[in-house]
Design a protein around this ligand. Structure first.
Ligand code: FBP
Length: 262
């Protein structure tokens, strides 16, 4: 059997991607609930938590901080990304090549594709280059598959999310990151559409512990292999505590209520 491409960024087939590209995507506002988290060092430290199977960052943070963490953290280098300062039809600038990601020591690359955007065609072509570059360097490919754009009335509908999951499989992603579609059943459909590609749910905006862990648990029950999460971890007063609970829910399939008591 061929080795699973995402093995380097997973544990027992499950994964917890700590996402920290928010400084680019949303700006400093995301650090306000927990100001210490504006310091990337705090997040690289957090990524050494046992629950975290990779840390997703942009090139600049990898260059500045990864050399000190390469023995303890798996690097998922995000190759594209765009700030919130810019307005228009969803698009994302390619900021890094797969070759340079490999040079920086990345285990995997991440790439956003906004299916349905007026820029979908160029984004798919850019993804092709990133995906083939990653294959040449034995790095796993994680697609942030976020269908959105003026042609999509409801980008959070289960049908659109399933289509996003399928898009990841069709274009050659090993892991497809999708928004949580609202129920275990809908997540199960997305997982089915992704076939052999892993599906991870996106963390989203801050929710209370119980509601958040319940969604994660539903996603795992539905066949998702984990989560890619930023704000729901680093915006909390005690990020380590929610990582402990996520570890129990994702890797040990502990009930959310019990996981919170750990
Ligand atoms: P969160 O868990 O904070 O939602 O992070 C996941 C993520 O995909 C980040 O990698 C990215 O910065 C952000 O969400 C983009 O969110 P959106 O495009 O929905 O504003």
């Amino acid at each position: 059997m061929l080795p699973h491409a995402a093995d380097d960024i997973s544990r027992d087939g499950k994964s917890l991607i700590l996402a920290y590209d928010h400084g680019l995507e949303h700006g400093p506002v995301d650090f306000e609930p927990n100001p210490d988290t504006a310091d990337p060092e705090r997040i690289f430290e957090l990524a050494t938590h046992e629950a975290v199977t990779s840390l997703a960052v942009q090139k600049g943070l990898a260059e500045a901080y990864y050399p000190d963490y390469e023995d303890e953290v798996n690097l998922l280098l995000k190759l594209n990304g765009t700030s919130n300062l810019w307005m228009g039809e969803p698009d994302s600038a390619v900021n890094c090549t797969a070759e340079y990601a490999a040079e920086l020591g990345a285990d995997a690359v991440g790439f956003t594709v906004y299916g349905g955007s007026n820029h979908e065609v160029e984004m798919a072509e850019e993804f092709r280059e990133a995906q083939e570059g990653a294959r040449a360097h034995d790095m796993a490919v994680v697609m942030w598959s976020y269908p959105r754009g003026q042609g999509l009335r409801n980008d959070g509908s289960p049908e659109v999310i399933s289509y996003g999951a399928r898009l990841g499989l069709e274009l050659g992603a090993d892991v497809v990151k999708v928004k949580y579609p609202g129920s275990a059943e809908a997540m199960g459909d997305a997982v089915e559409m992704a076939g052999p590609a892993d599906v991870v749910m996106s963390g989203g905006t801050m929710r209370d512990d119980k509601a958040f862990l319940r969604n994660v648990s539903n996603a795992i029950d539905a066949g998702a292999t984990g989560i890619a999460v930023g704000r729901n971890v680093f915006q909390r007063d005690e990020p380590e505590r929610i990582l402990d609970a996520l570890e129990a829910v994702i890797f040990d399939e502990v009930d959310p209520a019990e996981a919170l008591a750990i």
